[in-house]
Write a new protein. Sequence first.
Length: 79
Amino acid sequence: MQLLKHDIVNEFPELKDKIHSLKTTHHHFAKLYNEYDELNHQIALVETGGAAMSDHALEVLKKKRLRDKDEIVQMLNKA
């Protein structure tokens, strides 16, 4: 099974410069981006068999990642 790349830059390559700019100038964006990246890493570990987690716990992480992504996209659209 091939896993999708959910990192923000991979999903929005056309916004790469805007992402970089916000990461360096906007504290909340940078914190949210790093949190999203960590969640994405944890989820990928579980999905590839590198870590164990209950289905419920994995679902909670995925929902948190989605909320973070929604906020990131909103901030990118406003910038």
